[in-house]
Design a protein around this ligand. Sequence first.
Ligand code: NAP
Length: 322
Amino acid sequence: MKAIVQRAYGPPEILRIGEVDRPAPGDGEVLVRVRASSVNFGDLVTTRGVPYAARLVLGPRRPRHRVPGHDLAGVVEAVGPGVTRFGPGDAVYGEVVAGAYAEYARVPEKFLAAMPGGLSFEEAAAVPVAGNTALKSLRDAGRLRAGQSVLVNGASGGVGTFSVQVAKALGAEVTGVCRTRNVELVRSLGADEVIDYTRADFAQAGRRFDVILDLVGNRSLRELARLLNPGGVLVLSSGGGGTWLGPMGRILRAVVMSPFGDRTLRSSVVGRSAGNLATLKELIESGAVRPHVECAYPLGEVPDALRHFEERHARSKIAITV
Ligand SMILES: NC(=O)c1ccc[n+]([C@@H]2O[C@H](COP(=O)([O-])OP(=O)(O)OC[C@H]3O[C@@H](n4cnc5c(N)ncnc54)[C@H](OP(=O)(O)O)[C@@H]3O)[C@@H](O)[C@H]2O)c1
């Protein structure tokens, strides 16, 4: 089968399309004919092997997994022993540790869910990592409740576009931060207020929030914590940081600083969850959440897709068509 193959760490160009053996589903596993995937921050980390601390998990000298890619949507080709929820022909979506940038992927049944109705494969593949991050950051880490106010810094990106919609679905009053060309997009997602960061500084707007979700990492923790109402929560889900620790440095500082008076600083470290995929399916089918895809690249052009993502101004999600 065709797959993107990674033999070393480096810039996106080191990823090459090649032929590898088609995986066979083991106990409790499903073989999915992948129809689409999407690009996430984690793909940059896996490709470059930066921050270096991540190599403790990814492989110290070279990547442990030869085929990268986390998000997938496709059709069940075959199932291994013990699989009860899916059979050949079912449309599914989910998240894998690695191996989604390929024609076929082996996925534990517990990390798959039925694909939401009414979506293309590209739209469905945009959901798992970004939608799950939005849900866990706001509902679980932020404990966002109806009637509360939330600020989403980085509202127009992959995680941000889901976050604005999830926050509205939770009944919150949402302020999104993005640059000029994305103001209308963020408003169309349901944001009550949109701050164009090229024209106004949200930290100087005199506003306070119950929850702040930071997806950019361009403000100090103190600056963000000062914008919280008493009892408020700052949720960090942002990249950036140095080449050794990356976002972990900022997250560790937040752990040390929290609780910040009567404010709480929390990181949102997200694990795979089929339960959340089912919740996202419901939100999508009810019309509360709609995945947005800026563009789709064919499998052979994953390096170009990663280059696009690396500019850090993607407008919603970048999909990969397999
Ligand atoms: N915790 C987890 O498990 C987890 C999982 C996934 C992602 N993440 C983190 O979430 C973050 C966002 O990921 P993503 O996939 O959404 O990235 P993305 O699609 O690249 O989005 C980044 C967004 O940041 C915005 N941005 C850039 N500079 C900005 C500024 N000065 N002020 C406000 N917004 C700015 C851009 O919007 P404009 O073009 O409008 O500027 C862009 O849309 C990443 O840092 C990643 O590490 C965490």
